[in-house]
Structures are given as C-alpha cells and as structure tokens.
Design a protein around this ligand. Structure first.
Ligand SMILES: [Zn+2]
Length: 420
C-alpha cells in the first residue's frame, strides 16, 4: 500500500513539473507570480516543482524582470544548454542530422544528399543512417572540445521516410529505399546507446513547427510536406494525430485529378502525381517533348530533356519562363485542392507547407491559396511556408525525445543520465 502511495505521489509530482515546464517553455521568461496566475496549483506546489526542475537543470533563473512597485521579480526560463538531442531526418532525397539544445537551436549539422541516378528506388542502407549520425556526433565532439559546453546528449529522434511503426521502432515499408521491416530504432540504440524514438518524417515536421516554428500556440495545425512525395502531419488539440494505424495525413494519395496519371500506389490522379517534385519535372518534360518552347532547353546540357528536374523548373520560372510558371501554377492549384479537402475536414488554425516544392514560393503559393479559397466554405486559415525550412524534419525529430522529457522529466533524466 505504501509503495502504491509513493508511486502515486511521484506521478502527481511529475505531472506538476510537466505542466510547469510546458508553461515556461511557451514564454521567453516568466516570473513565479505570473506562473501561479497561469497554472491551477497552489503556490507551495508550484514552488516545489520549480525547485525540482532547477535541480534537474531544466530551468534556471534569468535576468530580473520589470518591477511593479516593490522588489523586481526573478524570471524563470528554460535552461536550454543543459542537455542536447540528436535529430535525424531520413527523407526521400536527403538525410539531415542535427544536434540541438532543448530549445530546438541547432548546434551542429550534417547533410547527406540522396541522388536518384536511375529509376525510382535508390540504394540507401540503414548503415548509411548510422554513418550520418556518427559524422554529426564527431563534428560536434570536435567542436565542444574547444569550448566549455558540456556534452549531455539525452536521446536520438528519427523521422524516417515511409510507413513507420513507432511503438516497435520499425520502418515497415520505405518505397524509395526498398526497405521492408527494418528495426531502425534497435540498430541506432545498439550503436550509440542513447534512447531512440522513430516516427514518420512528415509527422515529425508537424511536431517541429508546433514546438519551435510558426505553429507554436496553434493547437490545431496542419503541416504539409510537398517534395519528392506529398504527405502531411496533423496536430489536433495539441497532440500529433496518428490515426488507428499511424497513417493519418497521407494526402499525397487522395484523388485530385480523376483522370490523372498513374501513381506509385497503383491508383490514378493522386495529389502526388500532379504536385510533387517529380510530377512537376515530368509535366515540364512532357510539354517540351510535345514542342512547347521553354527556356529550360537552354539550361540543360545537350538539350537532354530527361535531365529536367523540378529545381530547374523553379529556376526557369524565376527567369520568366512561361511554361515553367504555368506548370508550377498548375501544381500549386492541385496542392490547394488537396489542402482545401483537409481544411474542410479538420478546420485548422494554420496550414504550413514545407518540402522542395514550397521553395518555389509564390509561383506555387499564389495558385495554391486561390484554389483553397475556392474550395473552402468559410475564410480559410493562413497558409504559409514552414519556419524551419529544410531542417523542419530534423528539428521535429528531436521533439520525439523532448515530448518524453517534458512529460515526465525526473524519470526520463534518471533513466538517461545514469550514463554520465
Ligand atoms: Zn497514390
């Protein structure tokens, strides 16, 4: 009975700490009085939890705040430098590994570009992911030797392309790499020893923007990735919505063009076939082959049409090429239809768009917003590019670890820090 009470007490105290940690995270700096005004706990409970969190190094006293007459209050803030997290984004076209502090600021990064010389499948082994992690760690360790920063890495978060079983740490299927049933979490944990959590690369983008990007304070948020493939992550009531089998958000395979091209999934007219990076390149190639004039032909060696990529289409559009602008506008319009469908179902506060296609800027966004306005019933929510750019996925992967840390700080740290 006694131990039951103790464990109940412990979990109540962890819950209080978690609540306070979340509240402090949302502000640059906050006084104890302001904290008490925001949290429904009595002052002595708050004080005790604040002390616990200070002892764990998770929060620290900051500069002294403005006085409203009496003594100037001491402000509390997250102690961002106390611990570090590794995040790795294994996307279809790149692997980006970062080391961040607990406020999502990048301390080190390593970028590996994946090329697709022939066909749709490329030979990426799980060992390459381990190598990227090793490289970012080595770079980081070389640099911290020169400074006074302490090395306290508390976990590795992984966002992986494809179908991911988070609970079992397994990539079920990653079509572009030909992976089936890869127990990636175990491989990483075995090699590096840190706590490791894996999830889908696009879902973690939503987490990244929700914690550190434009999505902060938006409890209902959609983050769309439009790049080599198209997918989305949905934050619903402040949590990532995964669905029954972790498949929620796959807008790339919703139908937007009934008689459109055949998709990798076997169906026709999926959003991915008309708005992804490869779709944009293909649309441009097809039109040029049919005889349309375009500046792109002067931009590729030997007028080799097969070399036309979506990046080249963006470049040509910027230089005023009509065909490229038209293709991007069409892709944007289809993307808008897909996003409007999601808006009509989810009613989000904000929609963010990341991935390579989003970097085409207004060539895509203008027609995207028009299509969304046409297809939604009320004024649509704001739609903007992601804040964290290309690193949204890598930073979002660190959030997989941060979520656990913020949920139960004491048990997380006592488990992870016994190594030090
Ligand atoms: Zn499809």
């Amino acid at each position: 009975m006694l131990s039951l009470e103790n464990s109940d007490n412990r979990s109540v105290r962890e819950k209080n700490r978690s609540q306070i940690l979340q509240a402090i995270k949302m502000q640059e700096a906050i006084s104890r009085i302001e904290l008490a005004g925001q949290i429904d706990l009595n002052p002595s409970t708050i004080s005790r939890a604040v002390n616990d969190l200070e002892e764990m190094n998770l929060i620290q006293e900051r500069e002294v705040g403005e006085s409203s007459g009496g003594r100037r209050p001491v402000l509390l803030g997250i102690n961002k430098s106390a611990y570090q997290i590794i995040g790795v984004d294994i996307g279809a076209t790149k692997i980006i590994a970062v080391i961040t502090n607990i406020q999502g600021e990048i301390l080190e990064k390593y970028h590996y570009r994946i090329d697709y010389p022939q066909g749709d499948v490329v030979d990426i082994s799980p060992e390459l992911v381990l190598e990227c992690l090793e490289r970012v760690l080595k770079k980081y360790q070389r640099n911290i030797n020169k400074s006074t920063v302490t090395d306290k890495i508390i976990g590795i978060g992984v966002g992986a392309h494809g179908l991911v079983d988070k609970d079992r740490g397994r990539v079920i299927f990653a079509p572009n790499f030909g992976w089936r049933d890869i127990y990636l979490q175990k491989k990483i944990k075995e090699k590096f020893g840190y706590k490791t959590i894996i999830d889908n690369d696009v879902r973690v983008m939503a987490l990244g923007e929700y914690w550190f990007g434009y999505g902060q304070n938006c409890d209902c948020l959609i983050c769309v990735n439009a790049g080599y493939g198209i997918g989305s992550g949905i934050i619903l009531n402040g949590r990532l919505f995964r669905g029954h089998r972790s498949l929620a958000g796959e807008i790339g395979h919703t139908t937007v063009a009934e008689d459109g091209p055949r998709c990798n999934c076997g169906d026709y007219g999926c959003l991915e076939t008309v708005a992804s990076g490869p779709a944009i390149a293909k649309m441009a190639r097809t039109r040029i082959k049919r005889g349309r004039e375009s500046r792109i032909t002067q931009m590729v060696d030997d007028i080799n049409i097969s070399r036309i990529t979506s990046e080249l289409v963006f470049q040509a559009a910027r230089q005023g090429d009509d065909l490229s602008r038209q293709v991007l506008e069409e892709a944007g319009s289809y993307l808008g239809i897909g996003i409007a469908n999601l808006i009509n179902i989810m009613d989000p506060q904000l929609v963010l768009v990341g991935g390579g296609v989003s970097r085409a800027g207004d060539f895509v966004f203008a027609s995207l917003r028009q299509a969304v306005s046409r297809k939604t019933m009320e004024d649509p929510p704001p739609i903007s590019p992601v804040k964290l750019g290309e690193k949204t996925g890598a930073i979002g992967s660190t959030v997989l670890i941060l979520e656990e840390l913020f949920k139960a700080p004491e048990s997380f740290l006592s488990e992870e820090l016994h190594r030090f």
